[in-house]
Design a protein around this ligand. Structure first.
Ligand code: FAD
Ligand code: GLY
Length: 388
């Protein structure tokens, strides 16, 4: 901050108006920075719109992703306060539901697999409760009668991500941020190893700091030297929504089956997700994808066959080489990364918004995001070269 209480790095350009760009922009605008977000389409209509909104720091923890668990858990713990503040300033609800998450086993094989996951997750400090088939069905009466076992995670909640997008947009604008929609950034403006701003189709915009928050497209922005390009690729997910009676929903908890997850919303929509596909930016909806979703859901909750299909869509998770986000500064002075949130960008919105904004305002990098610097990929490249 300077003597007048204004942040030193006061002109900020953010590329991408998803939950990550909007969240960081909101925090910086609140702190008095002049923040402009440049969004190629309509803000929040990328992966942030396509997501299921699960805040699944517990049940999504897999072997090999333990480094990420601390970040996921920190963000999960921030969610109630973040949601309350966001709702207060935006005047809009984000439907944070704290019913918890059930993982279910459909047969004895699934139960053995579930026990293995349960043991692993418990060993790493995740609070879980093992349930018999009968106990599982007592929590969700419309589950298949043959359900063999279940695991309850009381800490894994959900938020309505489309409402989150709208609330973040409203909060960002209310804090004085400027949002340019239908305004693609053509390239980054970099001179002498420092970022000077962004180049649009018709003009150049000067900035002290540029935040790269372009989701699955973050590796494609022109003007970035190869070494500074985040290794991000699109990981396609097809999803669909069924329509339940909101007064008599088939499910109340988020439910994970061996093949799909089901997320009941307050308005009666039942989200069924999601495929995980390496198809580049091909957004087509396929018979195979829809079949996997419907069959997977039906095996766990047979009653879904009576429900109307409300919507089918696809989105692109921003996946990095190690499935973890890319956060904070790199080699280009003034360029800050906030991308690669893969399967957990909604969960990671609070910690990303707070820690990246704090870094820009103070120059201090929070301990929790330090392991997620882009430098980890440069290190991998050097190590690979040394071996050959
Ligand atoms: P996006 O929301 O994609 O935003 C990036 C924006 O950048 C886009 O709007 C795009 O138009 C814009 N852009 C791109 N290039 C340019 C350019 N050159 N100039 C200007 N703008 C540009 N996460 C969870 O935590 N929980 C879940 O349950 C969950 N479920 C998911 C289910 C599916 C099917 C998918 C696809 C994702 C899911 N995710 C989930 C992941 C989550 O959606 C993402 O990690 C998160 O939305 C990423 O946010 P973002 O702002 O980085 O990206
Ligand atoms: N986190 C759920 C998904 O990415 O499908």
């Amino acid at each position: 901050m300077d003597g007048q209480g204004k942040p030193k790095k006061s002109r900020i350009a953010i590329i991408g108006g998803g939950v990550i760009g909007l969240g960081i922009g909101w925090r910086l605008a609140q702190a008095g920075c002049a923040v402009e977000i440049f969004e190629r389409g309509e803000a929040g209509k990328g992966a942030s719109w396509a997501a299921a909104g699960m805040l699944a720091a517990g049940v999504e923890t897999e072997p090999g992703e333990l480094g990420l668990h601390a970040l996921n858990r920190a963000s999960q713990l921030s969610w109630p306060g973040f949601a309350a503040e966001l709702e207060a300033v935006s005047g809009q609800s984000v439907d944070l539901r704290r019913d918890g998450t059930l993982m279910v086993a459909l047969n004895r094989d699934d139960a053995a697999q579930l026990r293995h996951t349960y043991d692993f997750q418990r060993e790493h400090g995740i609070e879980l409760e093992w349930l018999s088939g009968a106990q599982t069905r007592a929590r969700e009466g419309f589950l298949h009668p043959n359900i063999a076992a279940g695991v309850f995670c009381a800490d894994d909640h959900q938020v309505e991500n489309r409402k989150l997008v709208r609330a973040l947009r409203a909060a960002f604008l209310a804090a004085g941020g400027i949002l340019h929609e239908h305004t693609p950034v053509a390239s980054l403006d970099i001179e002498g190893g420092a970022v000077k701003g962004v180049q649009l189709a018709d003009r150049r915009v000067a900035a002290d700091v540029v935040v790269l928050a372009a989701g699955a497209w973050s590796g494609e922005i022109a003007g970035l030297p190869q070494a500074a390009r985040p290794p991000i690729r699109p990981i396609k997910g097809q999803m669909l929504a069924l329509r339940m009676d909101p007064a008599a929903p088939l499910l109340r908890h988020v439910v994970w089956t061996p093949r799909v997850y089901l997320v009941p919303r307050d308005d009666g929509r039942l989200i069924v997700g999601a495929t995980t596909e390496e198809r580049g930016f091909d957004a087509s909806l396929t018979a195979g994808g829809v079949m996997v979703l419907l069959e997977g859901a039906w095996r766990a909750v047979p009653g879904i066959e009576e429900l109307a299909i409300d919507e089918i869509w696809a989105g692109f998770r921003p996946g990095s080489r190690d499935d973890a986000p890319v956060l904070g500064p790199g080699e280009i002075d003034g360029l800050v990364y906030a991308t690669g949130h893969h399967r957990n960008g909604i969960l990671l919105t609070p910690v990303t918004a707070n820690a990246v904004a704090d870094y820009i305002l103070t120059g201090a990098l929070a301990e929790v995001i330090r392991p997620f610097s882009i430098a980890r990929f440069a290190g991998a490249k050097i190590a690979a070269r040394e071996k050959t």
